[in-house]
Write a protein that binds this ligand. Structure first.
Ligand code: CA
Length: 540
């Protein structure tokens, strides 16, 4: 009898325990999450080329290893681990060939390294070290013009000066006379050849004579130049000023680019080509018809682009999404190989920290997520990861990388000649690294997310219109290969709540917050703090 009662009691106790366990499971768990805790679980996944990420470096102002105050290739090699830790898997080196200017966009010899930057051995070591970290190296290739100091031009100029009045140049005597465009008549975009009656085409500046790209001999030189650098391990080229090849003639520019791409892949089938065509997107989109991999996405960049316009309230959150959705279709309509090349700033633009006057860093940070989580092969200009300042004349936009407060510290560069003193708004890198909510650590979290979900780079972008508002943008990424992802941005200074119960997205996988504010996710209700961002997938 007592045993029977005992069994009943035990049974009752077990039933009550089971009930308690059941009830506890039904109570929503503590759901506030912290950025680094969530993102720490993410693993980098391999990405299909060329959907990568590229860090743009102005060698001159990066890291100096020999104490002359000018950055060098060995300095970049030293900093490869830093760039890799940031999350970038590629480098774009601004011009490295010998040149009379500090920026080196007027090349005097296409097949060597400017002694200011080091030697060819230094370059090959940099490429080798980059490749050993699975990082690509892209070189700036300036084909529109050379330096007046290039031997092609000095020989041509000497010959033109020697011609008696009325005599036309003979390419059999001096082939270089046809490498450029000489004329006896002054016309727009031409400069006077000193000590002669001749003028030569020089659209940007008299120190940069335009090449005659119709000349077969010039094309043969260009082919050899590309082969030379591909043989040295270069993975691709950034083509400068492609809309200026034949000024005002998009059709001829596109034909020429088509030849460049075909020639490059004849040396290396994977050679990546990205082009600078600083125009509105309807214009540069047409250049995808040439077969090049990427055109820089100027429509999102700079103080007037989509990102800044959205953060300044000129556009709504939904406009930011819609612009991404429509551009994919636009680019694909010209070439199915099109891989967008989003970027936010470059060496020709004022630095982004200057776009937001009263910003505490929140907009500077969220802008990085808005850019770096776009589809395509994404680019970041050095120093933007710490919110450096620099505007006005070009030299100021290319200031020394702000490694540390002391401008005389080892490795610090002196910056381009003529640069104004640039007052920084945010701390130097060494201080930012100690602060979990600094700009640089935010950028690292953005890249951790990008690298963990290949669909962010490869996926077609569309906007979840039902959940997108003036302040919240829900961007969907889908490529039919990887797990789909949703990126939800709060582009406002208020807390925003999003009910995801009507969607397939039930797993919070990545979080970006501009400070210690937490994101909460409970019963499919996502609460994002001001300027917060979250990435969700369907399952954990
Ligand atoms: Ca140096």
């Amino acid at each position: 009898m007592i045993q029977k009662i005992g069994k009943k009691v035990i049974g009752l106790v077990l039933l009550v325990l089971a009930l308690i366990v059941y009830v506890i499971q039904q109570i929503p768990r503590e759901s506030a999450v912290n950025m680094s805790a969530v993102n720490a679980k993410l693993q980098e996944q391999p990405v299909q080329e060329p959907y990568g990420s590229v860090y743009e470096v102005f060698v001159y102002s990066y890291e100096d290893t020999d104490g002359d105050g000018i950055g060098d290739l060995n300095g970049i090699t030293e900093k490869l681990d830093y760039i890799h830790d940031l999350g970038f898997r590629g480098l774009w080196l601004m011009p490295v060939c010998p040149s009379p200017t500090y920026h080196k966009y007027d090349v005097a010899d296409y097949m060597s390294i400017d002694p200011q930057y080091g030697t060819m051995e230094d370059f090959q070591r940099l490429v080798q070290e980059a490749h050993s970290r699975d990082m690509k190296v892209i070189l700036d290739l300036v084909l529109n013009h050379t330096s007046v100091q290039h031997p092609w031009f000095t020989k041509a100029a000497e010959y033109m000066r020697s011609l008696p009045a009325g005599q036309e140049p003979d390419p059999a005597v001096c082939p270089y006379a046809e490498y450029y465009r000489f004329s006896r008549n002054m016309q727009g975009g031409y400069a006077k050849l000193e000590d002669s009656d001749w003028y030569y085409e020089a659209r940007f500046w008299e120190g940069m004579p335009d090449l005659n790209l119709d000349n077969e001999a010039v094309r043969k030189e260009i082919a050899e130049i590309m082969k030379f650098w591909i043989d040295k391990g270069t993975d691709g080229f950034r083509l400068d000023a492609v809309t200026s090849y034949y000024t005002g003639n998009h059709e001829k520019n596109i034909q020429f680019l088509s030849w460049v791409k075909k020639t490059a892949v004849s040396f290396n089938p994977d050679c990546y080509i990205v082009c600078e065509g600083w125009e509105n997107r309807n214009t540069y989109a047409q250049y995808y018809a040439s077969g090049v991999d990427s055109m820089f996405d100027f429509s999102f960049a700079d103080v007037s682009g989509v990102i800044t316009s959205t953060l300044l309230g000129r556009y709504k959150a939904r406009d930011f999404g819609n612009a991404q959705e429509s551009e994919w279709q636009l680019y694909q309509s010209y070439g199915s190989q099109a891989v967008n090349a989003p970027f936010y700033t470059n060496h020709d633009m004022g630095r982004s920290a200057g776009y937001y006057a009263a910003d505490d860093g929140s907009k500077t940070k969220l802008a990085q997520a808005m850019n770096l989580l776009m589809s395509g092969n994404v680019f970041l200009y050095y120093g933007e990861e710490i919110g450096m300042k620099g505007a006005g004349k070009d030299e100021n936009k290319r200031a020394p990388m702000y490694w540390t407060q002391d401008p005389d510290a080892e490795g610090m560069t002196q910056g381009p000649p003529g640069m104004d003193e640039v007052a920084m708004k945010f701390a130097p890198l060494d201080e930012q690294l100690k602060d979990p909510y600094s700009i640089v650590n935010y950028v690292k979290e953005v890249m951790r997310i990008r690298n963990a979900f290949p669909v962010i780079a490869c996926g077609r972008t569309w906007v979840h219109q039902d959940l997108t508002t003036d302040s919240v943008c829900m961007i969907m990424k889908e490529d039919g290969v990887h797990e789909p992802a949703a990126i939800i941005y709060n582009i406002s200074d208020q807390v925003q709540t999003v009910d995801l119960s009507s969607t397939e997205f039930h797993a919070l996988r990545g979080v970006l917050t501009v400070n210690e504010d937490a994101v909460t996710f409970s019963n499919d209700i996502l609460t994002l703090p001001a300027w917060g961002c979250a990435v969700l997938t369907e399952q954990e």
